[in-house]
Design a protein. Structure first.
Length: 199
């Protein structure tokens, strides 16, 4: 079912297990070419979340700061966004415009992501689509400005979230992972794919 929390459109149970497995296979193909790495935070420490990407751009962060970049830290170009992933963008947004980045976040049981805004894309009119796979993650949704009330919900494997309109610039983060809550990933953990128009 579809519902809205603070302007975030949540499609709970959007992907059945077969579709989740197909996406997982596609992600494995990407990370075989572009292995997970731990981006550096502004304080110089590595993030707990491991990242990779596909598409014309991925997100990298190092001593020079963070930015969208056309290649993996190893220097290889990011693989193209898998067709199965583009199909989710198409069915949930109906847009002609294609995403240029599919960021892949992997959360081990201990990983989390602090509250932040995503504002490095050129045009915030385009939505961001998020696909959750594997263990459940506690997603926190805030406001367009820092502070104020937040709402949290557990995102489960197969859930798809569309961030458009006011929610596009809202603060958000992932507080914790419920280890062992899904059997999709044999070694556990949570994968989150975010599809973005960058330019
Ligand atoms: C709201 N990822 O990669 S997905 C991120 O579960 C990120 O890995 C989280 O925040 C995760 O930047 C949350 C939901 C999400 C993703 C992108 C957004 C919410 C967003 C961009 C703008 C507004
Ligand atoms: Fe984000």
């Amino acid at each position: 079912m579809k519902f809205s929390v603070k302007g975030f459109d949540i499609h709970a149970g959007y992907l059945d297990v077969a579709a989740q497995r197909a996406l997982l296979g596609a992600v494995r193909g990407v990370v075989a070419q572009a292995p997970f790495f731990r981006p550096q935070m502004p304080n110089g420490r590595p993030m707990s979340v491991r990242m990779s990407a596909s598409g014309q751009f991925g997100w990298v962060s190092d001593k020079d700061g963070y930015r969208y970049a056309p290649s993996h830290p190893s220097g290889v170009a990011w693989p193209s966004i898998p067709a199965e992933v583009l199909a989710v963008w198409q069915s949930v947004t109906g847009l002609e415009r294609q995403p240029e980045c599919c960021l892949i976040n992997y959360y081990s049981a201990e990983a989390k992501m602090g509250l932040h805004q995503d504002r490095d894309e050129a045009d915030m009119q385009w939505p961001v689509v998020s696909i959750s796979l594997g263990d459940e993650g506690l997603f926190r949704m805030g406001n367009v400005t820092r502070g104020g009330k937040t709402e949290s919900m557990w995102l489960k494997s197969g859930d798809v979230v569309v961030m458009g309109g006011d929610s596009r610039l809202a603060y958000h983060g992932v507080d914790r992972i419920r280890a062992g809550s899904s059997k999709l990933l044999p070694k556990g953990g949570r994968l989150n794919l975010t599809l973005r128009v960058v330019t």
